[in-house]
Ligand binder design. Structure first.
Ligand SMILES: C[S@@+](CC[C@H](N)C(=O)[O-])C[C@H]1O[C@@H](n2cnc3c(N)ncnc32)[C@H](O)[C@@H]1O
Length: 176
């Protein structure tokens, strides 16, 4: 009986320790990356998926979180998806959730990503980071690439379409 109790307590200790390590890594990553790991709300994803045709396209999500937007893109007919993620927690979650799917999750900084093959670049980031990404999109995205930003617009670009998500909160669709 005592042995069973000791094993139970041992397993509990390991699980609690792992959870704490997971939470601490997540907090450190969020502080270092300075962009919170917040997914595009599902309702917003559906509104975007309804208004943009992803059929046969290669979609990149810069800062893909748990990759749920990319998963929906595949369900809507996207040919290939690539997500970049710098947070270890989000990267692991995304990698597990996209096993056996035509989605590649890359652990790394999207500022260093090769986005030249993307037909669509999807971005849900804070405005300051978006502004820093703008020159990369201008110089590296291919002609005709569709760029979708959620919540914030690219100040020096003119959107082709604005999708209302919730009141004044919108997604902006650009074509390079
Ligand atoms: C607001 S979340 C968006 C998640 C996902 N794109 C979605 O819409 O559901 C932004 C994500 O970008 C990641 N991120 C921020 N800066 C990054 C960088 N330089 N390289 C890769 N990922 C980054 C964060 O870790 C976070 O998971």
């Amino acid at each position: 009986m005592l042995i069973v109790f000791a094993i139970f307590m041992g397993i509990l200790f390991v699980l609690i320790s792992l959870s704490l390590v997971w939470i601490i890594i997540g907090l450190i990553a969020t502080i270092l990356i300075r962009v919170p790991y917040v997914n595009t709300p599902r309702g917003y994803c559906e509104k975007i998926l309804d208004k943009v045709d992803f059929l046969g396209l290669t979609v990149y999500d810069l800062g893909c979180g748990d990759a749920h937007f990319l998963k929906r893109c595949v369900q809507k007919g996207a040919k290939k998806c690539v997500g970049y993620e710098l947070s270890p927690m989000a990267y692991l979650t995304a990698s597990i959730k996209t096993l056996m799917k035509p989605i590649k999750i890359r652990f790394g900084d999207f500022f260093k990503a090769d986005i030249s093959e993307a037909d669509v670049v999807y971005i849900y980031l804070v405005k300051t980071v978006l502004a820093k990404l703008s020159p990369k999109l201008k110089s590296e995205a291919k002609a005709g690439c569709i760029i979708i930003t959620v919540g914030s617009s690219l100040s020096d670009w003119t959107p082709e379409k604005i999708i209302s998500l919730n009141g004044d909160y919108s997604a902006y669709v650009y074509k390079k």
